[in-house]
Design a protein around this ligand. Structure first.
Ligand SMILES: Nc1nc2c(ncn2[C@@H]2O[C@H](COP(=O)(O)OP(=O)(O)OP(=O)(O)O)[C@@H](O)[C@H]2O)c(=O)[nH]1
Ligand SMILES: [Mg+2]
Length: 331
């Protein structure tokens, strides 16, 4: 962020953060707040709700509202649960819309979940497309296109599972997928390094189109190029969430407390959470929104309109064939 003097001003992205990062919001004048829509997908119990509360730095969904753990073995159909939270991030107002998907991957056949999510994403595109085509625009139109899908990978330490590959492959062209390792404190640092490598190998081998931090040419500023290279090397982000805040030397610190030690959620040496939070709500919020509009939506729009054109052409051809057969019969 540049202050009035034109100097770079380093800011701590959150009260819990251990490091200062250069602020880089480019939407300072979005007075009403910048809408940002994030979907959370992952199997039950991987820490999506805890992640949501940790990301928002408040209890958006309380433990009481969480799925009843005793009933957790009963597979329920997947749902879309919406939570809207107003955030003030480094002087920038963000209207964060979170769409949680409890029930994902709980059944034996996950096809219905993939289809439901795909349809959800496409419906939001269709609404924008319809709005664009209206003669009189609706000033209250709410753009609900999903800008980022945070996909939680189970911390098995092995490699991606079929459900992960299938899910990310299918939806990568419809949304910016950011893969994360959920409950990553269950792996040792060495296991985590290996697991990350295996996941990235799978992503390359199966050609899974996850969000990639832009690598050069288009980015003129050297700092951004370096930052993006660092973020690429960090993928998939290893996240830890918690509900406990302790006081450490007069500073609030978010932790998971174990008999053998303490995991500090916002400490870069313990997890990638703080870095991911900064990516989502600060440094890359613009990239994620722009890519959704300029690449993902544009591709969908072209497909949809050319599909419609093809469908219309087919219908017209069928009508012509029918007409000519009538003519032939009549003759
Ligand atoms: N070790 C560890 N446990 C976590 C972490 N995040 C959440 N948990 C715990 O995991 C359990 C499930 O967390 P939730 O946040 O409810 O997970 P969820 O994905 O929302 O679960 P469902 O809504 O039931 O699908 C709780 O006991 C959390 O305290 C984490 O980062 N590490
Ligand atoms: Mg939950």
């Amino acid at each position: 962020m540049k202050d009035g003097s034109g100097e770079d001003q380093n800011v701590a992205p959150s009260v819990y953060s251990h490091v200062s990062r250069p602020g880089s919001h480019r939407y300072k004048n979005a007075k009403k707040g910048l809408p940002f829509n994030v979907m959370l997908v992952g199997e039950s119990g991987l820490g999506r709700t805890t992640f949501l509360n940790t990301l928002c730095e408040r209890t958006v969904v309380s433990s009481n509202d969480k799925t009843n753990a005793e009933q957790a073995h009963i597979a329920e159909p997947m749902q879309f649960k919406h939570h809207t939270v107003e955030m003030d991030e480094d002087g920038m107002k963000i209207i964060l819309n979170i769409i949680d998907t409890p029930g994902f991957g709980d059944g034996i056949d996950n096809e219905a979940c993939f289809t439901q999510i795909q349809e959800y994403l496409e419906t939001q595109f269709d609404e924008v497309l319809a709005e664009e085509n209206r003669i009189k625009r609706n000033p209250k139109f709410k753009d609900s296109r999903v800008h980022a899908l945070v996909y939680f990978i189970t911390p098995t330490g092995h490699s991606l599972r079929e459900i992960d590959i299938e899910m990310m492959k299918r939806l990568g062209s419809r949304v910016n997928i950011i893969p994360v390792i959920g409950r990553s404190d269950s792996l040792t640092p060495r296991e985590l390094v290996l697991f990350k490598q295996r996941i990235m190998n799978d992503i390359a081998q199966y050609e899974i189109p996850v969000f990639s931090f832009p690598d050069g040419e288009d980015e003129d500023d050297e700092e951004t190029v370096e930052e993006n290279a660092e973020l690429r090397a960090m993928m998939p982000f290893a996240v830890v969430g918690c509900e406990e805040v302790i006081n450490e030397d007069g500073r609030p610190m978010r932790v998971r407390n174990y008999p053998w030690g303490v995991v500090q959620v916002d400490n870069d040496e313990h997890s990638d959470f703080d870095r991911l939070r900064y990516v989502l709500l600060n440094s890359h919020i613009g990239d994620l929104r722009d890519r959704t509009q300029n690449e993902i939506y544009e591709l969908y729009r072209t497909e949809k309109l050319s599909g419609n054109t093809a469908a219309l052409a087919n219908a017209a051809n069928a009508a012509n064939v029918q007409q000519s057969s009538h003519i032939m019969t009549a003759a």
